[in-house]
Design a protein around this ligand. Structure first.
Ligand code: MTE
Length: 881
């Protein structure tokens, strides 16, 4: 019940404050009666692991200031796995292990799909979530009520991301997930309410089977959500919780403040943070993140196959819930050295192990001979120490004596003889749980790279008097690890021998993919470039830009650049790796060594990463929306279905008076991220709305659906899937061509006057052509003549037909539009077949003041280019968009 006399809304932050500061009403009700022989006083003598000292970060890091998480203070030790934002991090493995059984909240791993919802201290206690769906009594429960009307419990729980150890999978073959090392797990004492108590109160109906959960984080494909089975939730042994504290303090923003689900023994992805809804259903969740995340598809399903065939994602057999047994070696550390001279006779190897579904790890085994023989390690189950006591901890009842399940990681250790280590090539660890589930020898690669749990291997290199140990990988893009070394030396990591070459075996021929990797650097060039030098070249004279840490001078290429000089100038002084790699062809990449002038020094790399503004958040909305140096967010406002595969998307700009700021004939870049992998997809588009329009802009997009055998268009599919109200990022303008009006064009900044346009296009290539054509027609004084050749397959593929007809009416004396179809219907009276140079010749007499504008699929542009040159046109008369 809400207490009108309570004036404090904050949940106390510190353990010591709990009893003294917590308003009476917040105190959980008295714990249920316990065994009369158990006196609390005696019991509290039992020592239980308590949280390590915590130093809650108070300052927002510079790197986060320009992101939507600019309200979240964080620990700089955390290793970022997906660039600056969203925040996906793990602690350095040794730091995590050294913290002991419980992890401090600032080092606890984080997996955020998007921005962290901002909840002010004052609002925490009034946070509400609903219980709805197949229930007799729908509920809306505030945190205040949750804390006062239900039994409060405290329990240690290890959360593990399903991607833990994924970097190893990515080394074997790139999966659709980012690279976690072996520290994608953490443990805390969670305080909250037993989820079953809340669900029971809502009284699920007979048909109820699942509990769907939803968080408050708005993502490109809707709110984050997933589901679990109702009978798991109701099973006391499984310990599902709704938690509002970790290690005795209010949840930190990254971990779901103020309320989250915590599911012991299952992958972290099911423990929904920032909880807003519990929906009781008869089917598993249809949330995008439930379907396209947290699955282990069969190993033969490639990324392409999974993209082309949705059936893999909707088959519930491949969804993952319980964790599998897993373990890692923490000591020896990666790159640890052991000096043999004068070393102690023994070395204590140590690490962690865990399993899922509450199953206890019953053995951990170590091998020094590649699995021919094994020895048993000692296991320390710190979690058991809590079973010996029963007490009130952090405002919740800690009572684990009755529960046999294991919800936490355990630590293993084994004393090894130093001279045995000196003889060995590697150390392996594997763990088994009480159901005799054992870690496999070989990796089970799958498209999302989840649940990776083969034997964990640390190699031993003998270097003089030293032994040097190497872990398999290092997290994120960090170099190092034996897998990288073996791969570079031509080893096949999937050969069943960790890529080692067997006697007589030839080195592996680099894969096609590796062989195709194109060098973008000048051979042997060693020139370190500082951030100051780079920043001196951030303007149009001598623009330098950075791709993958290498610096390029774009000056000599500005005139020829197919994307126009502006796009090079826009990248000047910045790291443009993502855009460059996303939109350039192999041919373009192969040209890069010519412009390569050096490599950023380490300080410059850090400075660039920290100072980079990915997204413009200057806060002062400008007159024009587009900014050529920063990505801006436009909100999807509406979607008009023009035909089965064509849409007009309306995007809302920053304010109703704002213009897009795109000159006629130019384009803008659009960026969307794959919600699962965070990989950026970037393409350029030309809007169809008037350039004078304010507040909104329209974009005509053809959606390339996956046909049998084909992949479908990554970008157009993602744009189509974006829910109304979600943002898309834009940057620009780009392009070497601009139409000023009355025959005046700018080509790479140079003026040219023309009298005629020949416009050749196919499919959605009509959009830039339409912009120019409309500008010509709309100006009554513009005498420029235009002929449009628009090639398509089917009649319904013709885009903007009505709009073109309207523009043409009354202007037939100087403009003509010819549509040609390769698969026209029988009653089609227009042209048939593809656009050819002959077709152009038959319908148009060339003059010296003609400019040909061409925009269409790559194959069409290439064919037309050759055909027109053969027909006597010259390159300076042709303009490809
Ligand atoms: N809940 C919401 N609302 N949004 C998210 O992005 N990520 C999930 C889960 N719950 C996520 C979420 C994943 S994949 C994991 S592994 C855990 O949260 C991570 O919890 P943590 O960040 O507190 O460690």
């Amino acid at each position: 019940m809400e207490d009108p006399n309570t004036d404090s809304h904050g949940i106390p932050e510190k353990i010591e404050e709990l009893d003294s500061q917590q308003p009476k009403d917040f105190l959980p009700p008295s714990p249920p009666p316990t065994d009369e022989n158990t006196s609390d006083t005696d019991d509290e003598k039992v020592e239980i692991p308590l949280p390590p000292p915590t130093h809650a970060p108070t300052e927002v890091l510079g790197i986060d200031l320009k992101t939507p998480d600019s309200h979240v203070p964080r620990d700089p030790r955390l290793i970022r796995l997906t660039g600056v934002h969203p925040f996906n991090v793990e602690a350095p493995l040794t730091d995590l292990f050294n913290e002991g059984f419980l992890t401090s909240p600032e080092l606890f791993y984080v997996r955020n799909h998007g921005a962290v919802p901002q909840v002010s201290d004052d609002d925490i206690i009034d946070w509400k979530f609903t219980v709805e769906g197949l229930v007799e009594k729908p509920l809306t429960i505030s945190l205040r009520r949750l804390m006062s009307e239900y039994e409060q419990v405290t329990c240690p729980i290890t959360l593990v991301c399903a991607g833990n150890r994924r970097k190893e999978q990515n080394m074997v073959r790139k999966s659709k997930g980012f690279s976690w090392g072996a520290a994608g797990l953490s443990t805390a004492l969670f305080t909250g309410v037993i989820m079953a108590d809340v669900i029971r109160e809502a009284r699920p109906t007979r048909k109820a089977r699942y509990i769907c959960m939803e968080g408050a984080d708005k993502l490109p494909n809707g709110f984050y959500g997933t589901s679990v089975k109702l009978n798991w939730v109701m099973d006391p042994n499984r310990g599902f919780m709704l938690a509002y504290k970790m290690n005795g303090e209010t949840l930190r923003p990254d971990h779901g403040r103020p309320l989250r689900v915590v599911i012991p023994g299952q992958i972290g992805g099911r423990s929904v943070k920032w909880l807003t809804k519990l929906i009781v259903t008869d089917k598993p969740s249809d949330n995008w993140y439930h379907i396209y995340d947290n699955r282990v598809l069969p190993t033969m399903v490639s990324p392409e196959e999974s993209a082309n065939n949705p059936k893999w994602w909707t088959d519930d057999r491949y969804a993952i819930y319980d964790l599998s047994p897993n373990s890692a070696i923490c000591y020896p550390e990666h790159e640890e050295q052991l000096c043999l001279a004068g070393a102690s006779n023994t070395y204590r190897a140590r690490g962690y192990a865990y399993s899922g579904g509450g199953r206890r790890i019953t053995r951990v085994e170590i091998s020094l001979d590649k699995g021919k023989s094994w020895r048993l390690a000692d296991i320390e189950y710190a979690e058991d120490r809590y079973r010996e006591t029963e007490r009130n901890l952090f405002g919740g009842r800690l009572d684990m004596s009755w529960r046999e399940s294991c919800f936490c990681w355990c630590f293993w250790s084994l004393e090894l003889l130093t001279n045995e280590l000196a003889e060995a090539k590697d150390i392996f660890v594997r763990a088994m749980d009480e159901s005799m589930n054992i870690q496999p020898r070989d990796m089970y690669w799958s498209v999302l790279g989840m649940m990776n749990n083969p034997w964990f291997r640390v190699t031993i290199a003998h270097e003089g008097d030293y032994l040097r140990f190497e872990h398999p990988t290092q997290p994120a893009l960090m170099p190092g690890g034996w897998m990288e070394r073996v791969k570079k030396a031509g080893g096949n990591l999937a050969n069943g021998f960790w890529g080692e070459r067997l006697e007589g075996e030839d080195p592996v021929v680099p894969s096609e993919e590796q062989a195709k990797a194109i060098s973008m650097v000048k051979d042997g060039l060693q020139n370190a470039i500082s951030i100051d030098e780079l920043r001196k070249h951030d303007k149009e004279d001598q623009p330098w830009f950075v791709v993958s840490g290498e610096v390029y001078n774009g000056t000599a290429f500005m005139k020829e650049h197919p994307g126009g000089a502006q796009s090079i100038i826009s990248a000047a002084g910045l790291d443009s790796s993502e855009e460059f790699l996303a939109i350039h062809s192999e041919t373009a990449k192969a040209m890069m060594p010519e412009y390569h002038i050096g490599s950023l020094d380490e300080a410059a790399k850090t400075a660039l990463a920290e100072g980079e503004t990915e997204i413009d958040q200057s806060g002062t909305p400008s007159e024009k929306f587009l900014n050529s140096k920063a990505w801006k967010k436009a909100i999807l406002h509406g979607k008009r279905i023009v035909s089965w595969d064509t849409r007009i998307f309306t995007y809302k700009l920053e304010h109703p008076d704002q213009r897009l700021g795109l000159p006629v004939g130019q384009h803008l870049m659009v960026r969307l991220r794959d919600p699962a992998t965070r990989e950026a997809v970037i393409r350029s588009y030309t809007p169809i709305s008037e350039i004078t329009e304010r507040g909104f802009m329209d974009m005509l997009v053809k959606v390339y659906f996956a046909e049998s055998g084909g992949k479908g268009g990554k970008m157009s599919l993602a744009m189509d899937a974006l829910p109304i109200g979600h943002f898309i990022e834009m940057k620009g303008p780009i392009g070497k061509f601009e139409y000023i009006g009355k025959g005046k064009c700018l080509i790479s900044g140079t003026e040219r006057f023309i009298k005629n346009f020949v416009m050749i296009c196919g499919g959605s290539g009509i959009t830039p052509i339409y912009q120019v054509f409309r500008a010509v027609i709309r100006d009554a004084e513009d005498k420029t003549e235009c002929i449009i050749f628009d090639g398509n397959r089917l009649f319904e593929d013709i885009l903007c037909k009505e709009e073109l007809d309207v523009l043409l009416a009354g202007n037939e004396h100087r403009c003509k539009v010819l549509h040609t179809l390769t698969k026209g219907p029988e009653d089609w009276t227009g042209l048939r077949g593809r656009i050819t140079a002959k077709l152009v010749q038959e319908n148009y007499t060339r003059t010296d003041e003609t400019l040909v504008l061409i925009c269409g699929p790559e194959a069409m542009e290439k064919t037309m280019h050759k055909a027109l040159l053969d027909d006597g046109w010259s390159d300076d008369q042709l303009m490809f968009f």
